[in-house]
Ligand binder design. Structure first.
Ligand SMILES: NC(=O)c1ccc[n+]([C@@H]2O[C@H](COP(=O)([O-])OP(=O)(O)OC[C@H]3O[C@@H](n4cnc5c(N)ncnc54)[C@H](OP(=O)(O)O)[C@@H]3O)[C@@H](O)[C@H]2O)c1
Length: 352
């Protein structure tokens, strides 16, 4: 397979994820001077680790008859997740910024000989009206969503950018997915055992110690690319935990993951010297795309996780978040309320 995806990412993605390359980016893997995250006592553990691939962790799992929605299906981890979910028999709803991009990605997977089915949808996460349109188109399928994989993301915008006066990492990585999830959660609840899988990042460690900077959501007071990416990834984790709390008593789960450090298009906004450095030394600690997609597809598909909810995964196993902010459920509730306020006019009448 997947060598073709990997080759494409490395070559065509001129900006290959270099994210990891320089200093701070190392902080996403564990040569970051920070201790490894500790396992969650009593939680279901897998035999998989950072070398496991998405195919390996879903080996023997039958997803036929299941519907899996993936944002950012045209690149990197989203593309590999779509390929493997189709391979395991799921019908994938592939969301990309345009229908053409999503359709091309589906065609690419099919050209690899994967027999599964998929349908393309347009969803530009920074434009909430198009997010609502995407959700309406998905609702029109009239079928339960077994997996809602919130995967798309951006990183390392070197200059502050705002969308409707809110900093762009926060808008794309968190708020766009917040709107989408609120529209589709009833459809996930309609599945026998629906799962929301939020692709976060160990980059949450870069968020300010205060957690979410509610007084700096436009990033104008003080902006550094890693801090803002980290804040959006902290928001991903807090969202996933608050959603799990709200889903208590249902069969629907909500978990979040860090995929590892992988050479994808995510690093496109890094300065060229960082990308070059990553190309030179990244092999020493980066995962392949196939390894990188393993944690999200494991959490999406593993039968053993049918009742596991509210947890954070690295390398296909649940671990304890390493900052007070990521464990702070009051902060999670406050973020939810603020996110509702910021996206109010795009939310369904009754939210999750
Ligand atoms: N790669 C890593 O080392 C790493 C580490 C930690 C966490 N992650 C997380 O993994 C997820 C996937 O990243 P990746 O590595 O696969 O990166 P990628 O190859 O750059 O893929 C990101 C996807 O998100 C889409 N996207 C970006 N902005 C969007 C927007 N405004 N609206 C809709 N879609 C948008 C991209 O679409 P276009 O191609 O059209 O731009 C692309 O499909 C992200 O959430 C990222 O934070 C990655």
């Amino acid at each position: 397979m997947s060598t073709s995806i990997h080759r494409r990412q490395v070559l065509a993605a001129s900006s290959a994820l270099a994210l990891s390359a320089a200093g701070s980016a190392f902080a996403q893997e564990k040569p970051d001077g920070k201790a490894d995250a500790l396992p969650v006592p009593g939680a279901v553990r897998s035999k998989f680790d950072k070398k496991s691939t998405a195919e390996q962790v879903t080996d023997g799992v039958d997803m036929s008859g299941k519907m899996v929605l993936i944002t950012g299906c045209n690149s990197g981890l989203g593309l590999e997740s779509m390929r493997v979910m189709m391979l395991r028999g799921a019908h994938v709803l592939g969301l990309a910024r345009s229908t053409d991009k999503a359709a091309e990605a589906i065609a690419q997977v099919k050209a690899m000989g994967v027999k599964g089915t998929a349908a393309p949808f347009a969803c530009e996460l920074s434009e909430f009206d198009t997010v609502v349109k995407a959700a309406d188109a998905v609702k029109a399928t009239g079928k339960p969503i077994d997996v809602l994989m919130l995967n798309a993301g951006i990183m390392a915008l070197q200059q502050p950018e705002q969308v409707n006066d809110i900093e762009k990492h926060f808008v794309v990585n968190h708020l766009g997915h917040f709107v989408l999830a609120n529209h589709l959660i009833d459809q996930v609840k309609a599945a026998a055992q629906g799962r929301v899988v939020t692709v976060g990042s160990r980059g949450y460690l870069w968020a300010s110690e205060a957690g979410i900077e509610f007084d700096n959501l436009d990033g104008k007071r003080d902006y550094t690319p890693n801090k803002m990416y980290g804040q959006s990834k902290l928001a991903n984790g807090l969202f996933a935990q608050e959603l799990a709390r709200r889903l208590a008593g249902t069969t629907t789960t909500s978990n979040f993951i860090h995929p590892g450090v992988i050479n994808t298009n995510l690093g496109r906004h890094f300065p060229f010297y960082v990308r070059i450095a990553a190309g030179l030394i990244g092999w020493a600690f980066m995962k392949t795309v196939e390894e990188g997609a393993s944690t999200q597809v494991y959490v999406a598909a593993a039968p053993a996780l049918s009742t596991t909810t509210g947890l954070y995964f690295e390398d296909c196993n649940p671990v304890i978040p390493q900052t007070a902010a990521m464990k702070n459920m009051e902060l999670a509730a406050r973020l939810w309320a603020k996110s509702e306020e910021l996206t109010k006019k795009y939310l369904p009448v009754a939210v999750a």
